[in-house]
Design a binder for this molecule. Structure first.
Ligand SMILES: NC(=O)c1ccc[n+]([C@@H]2O[C@H](COP(=O)([O-])OP(=O)(O)OC[C@H]3O[C@@H](n4cnc5c(N)ncnc54)[C@H](O)[C@@H]3O)[C@@H](O)[C@H]2O)c1
Ligand SMILES: CC(C)=CCC/C(C)=C/C=C/C(C)=C/C=C/C(C)=C/C=C/C=C(C)/C=C/C=C(C)/C=C/C=C(\C)CCC=C(C)C
Length: 645
């Protein structure tokens, strides 16, 4: 998840902006305004995971990437094609995509390094991911040959004949056919490896380590499920836990594959750009209609069509919760389809050296394209002239101007802080009616003695011990990532990293005197560690050699997200993705990108939002085809559709 932990003990004062003391790069040297010489230890890739699909190139050397221009370096009066506020993955993808189309872009980042919730920090020889380490959309499967597996074949046959055949009947009857088709290669476009594509667009490539298990669930009634990379292994394991629901399981996950395959076959660009959108409908009518059909639907409703067992439905809730912070009934089916299949299609892959390398590589690539990135640049206002966004002002008083302004701050921050309240467009009012801020997180970054982990421990765990009703409650579910299982170079020899997080509202942490605040952090962290010790790793507490606890206040401050929120979540049951705004806003020249835009939370989701945003902006500044009449018609139609959500 996105929430990072910077040491609140060191930086307890809200609003203080002495960034020199916050340098997360303990091994780097800050030379004036330029960060240089970040060196990572030798990358020792676990031999257990042999397959390394991509080659390491220019990873994590920020000598040229993190070029921080000084006051004199950036020409504040010059006109850029676009200014991007914030260098989260959403902002960086929008910026780099625009830069490769020929735009001159300036990214303004409040912090000292890029990445936002996908950043990193270093302490005592550990390299910690600020957010979690589960990377979707990061495979080499793009424009590839794709193999159908048995379950998809059965599902397609079932669809084709329009009948409900039992799993066993189908298996016997079509075994021979199925085996034949199994080895038939079917050419489809693979387009969902968006992180890989975003890096490749600016000539970057990262070595990744395939994760054999996306997540290991430890759930009530001693339900333990490992989500194996291989789809058939996962489905077999799930069916073995719920043998009476075999058919329902195949049908629910089969429906996810229909969505995934439709998505994966489209060329992904802005759904707000009519020439592209109509073109896709023309080229791939079935796929587009499939997506249009699922657009207003939620995963929980579809699961209930096929599944009756309450524990299995709760399992599907947990599957959805880890990617949307809400249960399946409130998770858009398109998003569920995307994540529940990509983990088996491209698989989850961890970048060697840590997640922070993605943002660094994008920032490097941006500069290579002739664009600029300025750190310690806290945007305080978006400048509006005659109803159009024309520039921004940063906290030291400097102003920058551009044809378009793209905000990677959340919509609440953009419209609540960077613009005056009277500028709140109707569309934003609607958004705030349909979506609320998801709670923030408590995160614990730890270094532990390696021998506390049993051999073959999985990298990611989700723990909810006794009571399904606690799934969405604060401190109810525990997320745990151990990235050193995949990449041992992230910690000193003989140590592992444990990154633990759980939902926590900001309100729990406000108004406490510093001593009570520290005591509360220790108390809650201890309880979480005790639960993990009991469930997973006996002796955990005594194995801790390093520990830092971040609270919602930490996240609000260092990620610049209102209330430290993880992202938007629907206020009530949503109509799938229908109510989620795209990138244009009610203010001419102002665009939003990131997790409060379609399709929502998640690194791959914000990367898609960046791709969409760059396409729409490029059309508006004349770098892509555009039709003003069709634009007006489509934007009107989409605005109207959103009011139905
Ligand atoms: N797979 C995972 O587990 C994982 C890990 C990390 C992050 N995430 C996802 O990433 C998503 C967030 O990505 P994102 O791109 O929307 O944004 P982000 O919050 O990660 O980044 C926004 C950036 O904008 C900067 N910023 C904000 N206001 C600013 C201002 N006024 N002036 C200058 N800079 C400013 C912040 O410092 C930050 O760097 C989350 O929804 C989360 O789901 C997921
Ligand atoms: C326009 C109209 C109206 C219509 C038309 C139709 C069509 C064509 C449509 C289309 C559509 C589309 C293209 C769509 C797309 C979508 C997408 C791409 C989506 C995506 C999504 C994604 C996501 C959501 C993701 C997420 C993720 C996440 C959040 C993650 C997280 C993770 C974590 C937290 C981890 C955990 C950990 C542990 C367990 C430790």
């Amino acid at each position: 998840m996105s929430l990072g932990c910077y040491q609140t003990v060191l930086f307890p004062t809200e609003g203080k902006s002495d960034f020199s003391s916050l340098n997360p790069l303990k091994n780097s040297q800050l030379k004036g305004n330029k960060i240089s010489g970040v060196k990572f230890s030798n990358f020792q890739v676990s031999q257990r995971r042999k397959c390394i699909p991509m080659k390491l190139k220019s990873l994590l050397s920020v000598d040229s990437a993190v070029e921080i221009e000084g006051k004199e370096g950036v020409n504040t009066g010059s006109k850029y094609d676009a200014i991007v506020i914030g260098s989260g993955i959403g902002g960086l993808v929008a910026a780099t995509q625009l830069a490769v189309k020929g735009a001159k872009v300036l990214v303004l980042e409040k912090y000292v390094i890029p990445g936002g919730s996908s950043g990193y920090y270093q302490r005592d020889g550990y390299t910690f991911d600020v957010g979690s380490s589960v990377m979707f959309g990061f495979s080499d499967k793009g424009n590839v040959i794709y193999v159908l597996n048995n379950y998809e074949i059965l599902e397609s046959l079932d669809l084709f004949f329009g009948v409900c055949l039992s799993g066993e009947e189908i298996c016997n009857y079509f075994l021979a056919v199925s085996l034949l088709i199994y080895i038939t290669w079917i050419q489809i476009q693979g387009n969902l490896n968006l992180i890989t594509q975003a890096l490749a667009a600016v000539g970057r490539e990262m070595e990744v380590i395939p994760d054999p298990t996306t997540v290991h669930f430890h759930l009530p009634n001693n339900l333990s499920v490992q989500v194996h990379r291989e789809y058939s292994e996962f489905i077999n394991e799930l069916m073995s836990k719920f043998p009476h629901e075999k058919e329902g399981i195949l049908k629910f996950y089969g429906e996810c594959w229909k969505i995934f395959n439709a998505l994966n076959s489209l060329q992904l660009k802005s759904l707000e750009e009519p020439i592209y959108l109509f073109g896709q409908f023309f080229q791939k009518p079935l796929e587009c209609l499939t997506l249009a059909y699922y657009l207003p639907q939620n995963a929980g409703d579809i699961a209930r069509k096929y599944v009756k067992d309450p524990d299995l439905l709760s399992f599907i809730d947990a599957e959805c919760f880890i990617v949307s912070t809400v249960n399946a009934l409130r998770t858009p089916m398109i998003n569920a389809g995307m994540v529940l299949c990509d983990r088996h299609f491209g698989g989850i892959n961890y970048p060697v050296g840590g997640v922070g390398g993605i943002a660094k590589s994008l920032a490097e690539g941006l500069i290579d394209q002739g664009s600029e990135i300025l750190y310690k640049a806290n945007v305080t206002n978006i400048i509006i002239d005659q109803g159009k966004a024309v520039g921004v002002k940063i906290s030291d008083g400097r102003e920058f101007f551009a044809q378009t302004i793209i905000s990677n701050a959340t919509r609440w921050d953009t419209f609540g802080k960077l613009l005056k309240a009277e500028n709140l467009p109707k569309e934003e009012e609607n958004f705030q009616k349909v979506y609320v801020k998801a709670p923030s997180f408590l995160s614990i970054h730890m270094g532990v003695k390696a021998d506390v982990l049993p051999p073959d421990t999985d990298c990611h765990h989700f723990v909810l011990e006794d009571d399904w009703t606690r799934l969405e409650e604060p401190y109810g579910s525990i997320f745990l990532s151990i990235p050193t299982v995949l990449d041992s170079s992230l910690a000193p020899k003989g140590r592992h990293i444990l990154h633990i997080f759980t939902t926590s509202p900001l309100e729990d942490w406000e108004g406490l005197p510093p001593k009570d605040y520290e005591a509360k952090k220790e108390l809650i962290a201890d309880e979480i560690i005790r639960r993990l010790e009991k469930k997973l790793f006996p002796g955990l507490k005594s194995s801790i050699v390093f520990k830092e606890v971040g609270t919602p206040k930490t996240h609000r401050r260092y990620l610049a997200r209102d209330m430290g929120t993880y992202g938007p979540m629907p206020r009530q049951i949503p109509k799938g993705l229908l109510g989620m705004p795209f990138n244009t806003t009610g203010i001419s020249g102002l665009y939003c990108v990131g997790d409060s835009c379609f399709p929502g939370q998640g690194v791959i989701a914000v990367a898609f939002s960046g791709v969409m945003c760059a396409h729409r902006v490029a059309a508006d500044i004349g770098l892509e085809k555009k039709s003003p009449i069709l634009d007006a018609a489509l934007l009107g139609l989409l605005g109207w559709l959103r009011t139905l959500a």
